[in-house]
Design a protein around this ligand. Structure first.
Ligand code: TXA
Ligand code: MG
Length: 347
């Protein structure tokens, strides 16, 4: 049975409660905890048996490596062979926060965490409860997003309960993360460094600190036939139960295509969904019409994406048409998740 801890504040009572799941981590159990991006499914990163339980709980393929979370900078030294100068600059600029840095691993990091790679992904989250939890646990915490493999990442406590209640020792519920998409992942073992997954820390911000930075082609394209750099790139991701397609074109073309597609299902016993924006949702009249937020606020749209996809599921939507939006530095992370969720199906 999963123990649930609702911790809103790090007052004396909150800290005392937090000691229970922290002790479970030390005992080799799995505990879900909040972060500023999405909820994480944690285990003691230095305990291979505890780490293996994560893969079972999520149904995650074992060749997809995990991020190790720390609560202070000094913990990083033990996990990596060497911290490159440029990686130090990133830590100064963006930690604690939603940036994951890949470096060469040290011998103490178990293969179960890195899926046999000689590199390790490290992140220092900014969420106060995440930091206090890792600190109390007294060890670095390996954690993927706390969803069942293939499902949208959990941005709200109810998503975690849906996916993992009964599959982990404990779940810490708290105020929902403010970002809603997973951290930016950058590979610092390559020169120039390569962004493997876009997130709230944008490519432009990374370039301000590092100079030249490359972006993996797989971020906006289906590269499943290319050599896979980040093992996580090759799996189905973030998918709602309904079939999701992204509708491309200029705003008029998009509206026209969706209107026609929806009309095509008229009278058929199938529930159709439309993922629109505050600005466009009134141009549709049929189906389950949900706004992702305002087009003037890509961060708001990013924050809402995973929870909106789950809302379509709750409403039994079988086919979802999502409006495409222009690709730029601010929308890259959102479009990366949307395209992957759609399995790169476009009309
Ligand atoms: O915001 C986040 O990063 C959340 C929260 C919980 O911290 N975590 C998260 O973990 O999104 P996960 O496991 O869902 O995504 C980790 C990504 C995967 O795509 C994985 O393949 C990649 O990072 N990754 C991990 N270690 C790697 C490594 N050594 N080399 C290349 N990619 C790596
Ligand atoms: Mg994930």
């Amino acid at each position: 049975k999963t123990q649930i801890f609702d911790i809103q504040n790090l007052d004396a009572k909150g800290l005392k409660l937090l000691e229970i799941p922290a002790a479970l981590i030390r005992k080799g159990e799995n505990v879900v905890f909040p972060t500023e991006t999405v909820y994480g499914l944690g285990a003691n990163a230095l305990d291979p048996e505890a780490v293996k339980k994560i893969f079972v709980a999520k149904g995650r393929p074992e060749d997809n490596p995990l991020i190790i979370h720390v609560s202070e900078l000094s913990q990083v030294d033990a996990l990596v062979a060497v911290i490159p100068e440029k990686a130090k600059k990133l830590m100064d600029a963006f930690w604690p926060g939603p940036l994951t840095i890949i470096m060469e691993k040290s011998a103490v990091v178990p293969e179960a965490v890195t899926a046999g790679l000689n590199t390790v992904a490290v992140r220092f989250p900014s969420h106060d409860i995440a930091r206090a939890f890792i600190k109390l646990a007294g060890c670095p915490v390996a954690a993927p997003s706390a969803n069942l493999s293939g499902r949208p990442s959990p941005t709200e406590g109810k998503h975690v309960l849906e996916d993992l209640d009964g599959r982990v020792a404990a779940i810490i519920l708290s105020a929902d993360g403010e970002l809603g998409l997973e951290s930016t992942v950058i590979d610092m073992t390559l020169d120039p460094p390569v962004v493997l997954r876009p997130g709230d820390v944008t490519v432009a911000e990374l370039r301000e600190v590092l100079g030249e930075v490359l972006v993996a082609a797989s971020i906006t394209k289906n590269t499943s036939t290319d050599k896979v750099k980040s093992p996580g790139m090759k799996y189905t991701h973030y998918s709602p139960k309904g079939e999701l397609v992204v509708v491309k074109g200029n705003p008029d073309q998009i509206r026209e295509k969706i209107t026609q597609a929806v009309a095509h299902y008229h009278g058929k016993p199938m529930t159709i969904g439309i993922l629109a924006s505050d600005e466009t949702m009134e141009s549709y009249h049929t189906g389950v019409i949900i706004s992702l937020g305002s087009r003037d606020d890509p961060k708001e749209m990013a924050k809402n994406l995973f929870s909106r996809l789950r809302t379509f599921d709750e409403l039994g939507v079988e086919k979802i048409y999502a409006e495409d939006i222009p690709l730029n530095n601010e929308t890259l992370a959102l479009l990366n998740r949307l395209y992957k969720a759609a399995g790169y199906t476009f009309i």
